[in-house]
Design a binder for this molecule. Structure first.
Ligand SMILES: *Cc1c(COP(=O)(O)O)cnc(C)c1O
Length: 415
């Protein structure tokens, strides 16, 4: 019997046939906008499949047509990404935000109700609370630690329970590392689904994925990524991905074709290269983060550390963590003793850790959510989410961990 290989073994080869590219070991960059058909009949057949005019024949694959519809760098990348989440299909976009907004635009209609977890990534928060209401979509939000009963009460009290169309989550939440119970949300989605109207469950897995958490296996219909973060992993490319079943992804890919927000061949190629080292990078980052979280947790200038690995066993969040995540990840947030002044002094004195937003890269990054990534969130809303002036978010990279500890220790000593 042939043993099924692990994703990390397949990241260098899966879905690529050297014979189709002059024997090149690595997939070339197919920097072309369009592809030659062998005959007019072939062109006709490709379009019939691409535009859904007829079903694919057994073993028929979508032929290469035009790079807004498909391109080898993109298709191979999408096939490789499906392996980590055991998804049927994947669509890659030119940014995480375009993956998220395309999903919401395709699966929500005017009059619908969307329920979201909070806090959300700043860009998602803005799209959901400022753009979706303009097209007649109502949004309600719940907070970490709210129970099944709290959440169903929120839906009932909205007066639009029959219009619930999607539950959208981010777990662990950015920047607080709060965890949301995916299976509990699945039960709620099922409770409000009817034969003629399924309530979809979507999870932004940027913080943990695709290595340490697999929302599709926990009942989600969609998993989303800012591939700018761990998947890209080198702070040199903006990209996004959405994965799910063939049925739902056909709809996503159709809208992507007409919005034209697919990733280009160069982005696809960069991400193919990144995927080869995804696992070794992320594992080293998680190892370093554990050391840094413990260092901060014992530091006199630090008030509180937000990191799943430090949850105590009697915390209800601990149970969710154990059920959903196979690692505490590599994002560490903490409250410094003091406020904005102390936080800025710390950030201004970091040398190895760069003062920048974004996360998941080989180099460590630090930022101040209240005035940077989450500056656009209403102040009272920010306070409710525990994003205060003393909160600092660190993304831990692959550097030597003692150099990181020294750098962070030095910066804290200047406060
Ligand atoms: C960065 C990020 C996004 C947005 O992705 P872009 O690639 O910047 O468009 C969405 N969700 C989370 C959790 C993020 O960290």
């Amino acid at each position: 019997m042939v043993q099924k290989m692990h994703p990390e073994s397949l990241m260098m080869s899966y879905g690529y046939k050297p014979a189709l590219s002059e024997g090149a070991v690595k997939c070339p960059i197919f920097q072309t906008s369009t592809f030659c058909f062998k005959s007019a009949e072939e062109g006709k057949a490709f379009f019939e499949v691409a535009y859904g005019l007829r079903d694919k024949k057994p073993a028929e694959e979508l032929g290469l047509i035009y790079s807004r519809i498909n391109n080898p760098d993109l298709e191979i990348l999408e096939n490789r990404l499906t392996l980590w989440d055991e998804a049927e299909e994947c669509a890659v976009f030119e940014s995480g935000m375009s993956a998220i907004s395309t999903l919401l635009l395709e699966f929500l209609s005017p009059g619908d109700l969307l329920m979201v977890s909070s806090p959300l990534y700043g860009g998602t928060d803005h799209f959901v609370n400022h753009f979706l209401p303009k097209i007649g979509i109502d949004v309600i939000e719940f907070k970490p630690r709210q129970t099944y009963e709290d959440m169903t009460a929120l839906i009932e009290n909205s007066g639009k329970a029959d219009k619930l169309a999607m539950i959208y989550l981010e777990t662990p939440a950015n920047p607080t590392n709060d965890l949301i119970d995916i299976q509990c949300c699945k039960e709620i989605a099922e409770k409000y689904s009817r034969e003629d109207k399924k309530v979809y469950l979507a999870v932004d897995n940027t913080y943990m994925g695709p290595l340490w958490q697999h929302p599709l296996n926990l009942g989600a219909d969609f998993v989303l990524y800012s591939a700018t973060k761990y998947i890209g992993g080198h702070s040199d490319v903006i990209a996004g991905a959405c994965l799910g079943s063939k049925e739902v992804m056909t709809r996503i890919k159709n809208l992507r074709t007409f919005l034209g927000n697919m990733a280009g061949p160069w982005t696809g190629w960069l991400l193919l290269r990144s995927l080869e080292t995804l696992k070794v990078r992320m594992e080293q980052q998680a190892k370093n983060a554990e050391v840094i979280a413990n260092f901060l947790n014992n530091h006199p200038k630090v008030e509180k550390v937000y990191y799943p690995g430090l949850l105590s066993a009697d915390d209800e969040q601990y149970e969710i963590y154990k059920r959903q995540c196979s690692s505490p990840g590599a994002m560490v947030s903490f409250d410094i003793k003091g406020g904005e002044k102390e936080a800025f002094t710390f950030l201004n004195n970091l040398k190895l850790v760069k003062l920048a937003v974004s996360l998941g890269s080989t180099e460590s990054l630090g930022e101040h959510p209240a005035t940077m990534t989450h500056a656009g969130v209403e102040p009272h809303h920010r306070a409710a989410m525990n994003i205060t002036d003393k909160l600092i978010r660190l993304s831990i990279g692959v550097e030597n961990v003692y150099d990181l500890e020294n750098d962070i220790g030095n910066a804290l000593s200047k406060v």
